[in-house]
Design a protein around this ligand. Sequence first.
Ligand SMILES: O=C(O)CCC(=O)C(=O)O
Ligand SMILES: [Fe+2]
Length: 383
Amino acid sequence: MAGRGRPPPAAFAVPTIDVSAFEGADATASDDVVRRVKEACERVGFFVVINHGVSDARARDAMAAARGFFARPLEEKMKIASLKKGYIPVGGCDNAVRPTNMHEKYSCSRVDGVDAVSDPYYDASASPDAALYFGEQNRWPESPSGFREAWEEYYRAMETLASRLMRMFALALGADAHHFETRIDKHVTNLVALRYPPLDLDLDARADADADEGPDETIVERVKPHTDPTTLTILAFETGEAGGLQVLPDRRGDGGDASGSDTGAEVDEWIDVPSVAGGLLVNLGDVMRFWTNDAWKSTRHRVVARRETLALDRLSLIFFHMPNYDAVVDAGDFGAAVVNDARPRKYPAFKSGERSHFNQLMRDEEGLPDRQTLKEGTNARGD
Ligand SMILES: O=C(O)CCC(=O)C(=O)O
Ligand SMILES: [Fe+2]
């Protein structure tokens, strides 16, 4: 998939960042990791991390467990059906971002700490917010055996990695490394497995034989263009390859090039996400975009199948990191680093939960058929 068409200008390529030196003995090397992460966040909002501290086996085991679960009979899977925490079959829910006939899904939320009912934050009877996030328990498949353990371990590994990334972000924004700690220590993150079955479609019947630079009829969107509502999202792919995941860098505004050159104005093409052995793909979501007053990108992405990948049975494992639902997202936290004469303040502070994927309020206010859907050329994201 990579290598189709022209390579993206360097400013928009998805970089690979070795994060092993972060918080290590060599302060200069650690600073360098932060500098590279900052650059990626400003330019493209996507990067691949390597030497991230999550063993390959963790991801492999969680993937294998998901694959094993999806292979179970439908009646068995439906025993743990749930829109929020559990199974959704192919065709099982109305979702404008992910066409529902193109995937089945399993998800869980927090695996530790949520039983602390003495803390009203977790007590579903204490507030509508608590009920929204903690009114339902995770639903674990009975088979394959070891599913729950594999997922819990992976979830914890993702929590650790997300916290590390958030420390990098804090430093990159000129704040104390622990700035986000009290805003994410009760996070409401979902871990989601999406299985996209092979598609039985005849693309040639839809378009001319030459599909290479072709119009949209030559591809099928397994996931439509959207931004994530998250702080950050961490993706792993079963084959190690992104398999059709593409990004559309934002060419509005400052174009993403810190040098002020015009590369930003040139890109209007979807860019294939590179495959990097042992890498995990990280992207910023809307929460970080709001938190940085648009200095950082929450970049549109989608998943496509082309003729040669229609038969691919694709599996992705996605950690949609969301802060505490009561965390205040305020660009003022970072002072002149993100709010200055050249970049006047765009958003009032808001509580993270007001814009989360479980919350339908913004969707209505923004007139969206789906809260994640972006309409070209409009302020559909609430700005
Ligand atoms: O499955 C994937 O690779 C990405 C899906 C995605 O972007 C999403 O669900 O937000
Ligand atoms: Fe996404």
